[in-house]
Design a binder for this molecule. Structure first.
Ligand code: PGA
Length: 251
C-alpha cells in the first residue's frame, strides 16, 4: 500500500512569524496517521525556524530547490548537503516555475535528483504540460519526455526512493483544477512509464502526487483516484485549516 504524501509548497510566501505560527497550528490540529505522510516546504530562509518547531514531530520538512554541486562558488545557491544539514527529508525538483522562470531542463533535474538521492533526500520530481501542449494534444508526449529525461540513469533501488508530482501548468495557482479523470489519465500513464523504467514491483510503490489548485473541496475526489497518491499543495497550504482539511481528505 502506498502511503499518501501531502506536501505544502509555500513558494516565496510567508514571513518568519507566519511560518512558525502555521506549523504550530498544524501540530495542534493534526494527529499522526498510518496512511498519510505530511510535509511542508518553506522558503529556504525559514527552514531553520520551521524545522525547529517541527523537530521530533510527524510533519516532515522539505526544500523547494537545490543546486547540483556539493559546494562551491555559486552565489545565492543552496546545496543538497545544506538542506540535509538543516533537517530536510524532501526536496522539490523541477517545479514548473523553476522550469519556466529559471530555465531548468530535464537534464538539470536529473543531475539534481541523483545528488539529492546520494545525500538521502527524497526528491519530489515535478512534471506537467502547459495549456498549449494540452490543447495541441501533446500531453502524453510531454510527460513521457519529462519523466524519461528527469529519471534517466536511475536503477530500481533509486527509483523506489523518489516521489513524482504531476502538476499541469495550467492548473497551478489558477483555480482551474484538472478533473479527477484528467488527472488519473496522466497518473496512470506516469505509472506505466515508471513500470518501463523500474519494473512493475517498484513502480507500484512510487507515490505520484497531483498538484494544481488542490483545495479542501476538490481533494477527496482527486485523492480517490487509483493512481493519485497525494498532493503537492501551493496556495491552500498557507492556511492551517485548509491544509489540514486536505490532509483529512486523504485520511
Ligand atoms: P497551487 O500550487 O496549489 O497554488 O496551484 C501548486 C504548486 O505549484 O505546487
Amino acid at each position: 500500500m502506498r502511503k499518501y504524501l501531502i506536501a505544502g509548497n509555500w513558494k516565496m510566501k510567508m514571513t518568519r512569524d507566519t511560518s512558525v505560527a502555521l506549523v504550530n497550528k498544524l501540530l495542534d490540529e493534526l494527529e499522526p496517521s498510518e496512511n498519510v505522510e505530511v510535509a511542508v516546504c518553506p522558503p529556504a530562509v525559514y527552514l531553520h525556524d520551521v524545522g525547529a518547531a517541527l523537530r521530533g514531530s510527524h510533519i516532515g520538512l522539505g526544500g523547494q530547490n537545490m543546486h547540483a554541486a556539493p559546494e562551491g562558488a555559486f552565489t545565492g545557491e543552496i546545496s543538497s548537503g545544506m538542506l540535509k544539514d538543516i533537517g530536510c527529508q524532501y526536496v522539490i525538483l523541477g517545479h514548473s516555475e523553476r522550469r519556466q522562470y529559471f530555465v531548468e531542463t530535464d537534464a538539470d533535474v536529473n543531475e539534481k535528483l541523483k545528488v539529492a538521492l546520494s545525500v538521502g533526500l527524497i526528491p519530489i520530481v515535478c512534471v506537467g504540460e502547459t495549456l498549449e501542449q494540452r490543447e495541441s494534444g501533446s500531453t502524453a508526449e510531454v510527460i513521457a519526455e519529462q519523466i524519461r529525461g528527469s529519471l534517466s540513469g536511475l536503477d530500481a533501488a533509486d527509483g523506489a526512493k523518489i516521489v513524482v508530482a504531476y502538476e499541469p501548468v495550467w492548473a497551478i495557482g489558477t483555480g482551474k483544477t484538472a478533473t479527477p479523470e484528467q488527472a488519473e489519465e496522466v497518473h496512470a500513464q506516469i505509472r506505466g512509464l515508471l513500470r518501463e523504467l523500474f519494473g512493475a514491483e517498484t513502480a507500484a510503490t512510487i507515490r505520484i502526487q497531483y498538484g494544481g489548485s488542490v483545495k479542501p473541496d476538490n481533494a477527496s475526489e482527486l485523492l480517490g483516484q487509483p493512481n493519485i497518491d497525494g498532493a503537492l499543495v501551493g496556495g491552500a497550504s498557507l492556511k492551517a485549516d485548509g491544509f489540514a482539511a486536505i490532509i483529512a481528505a486523504a485520511k
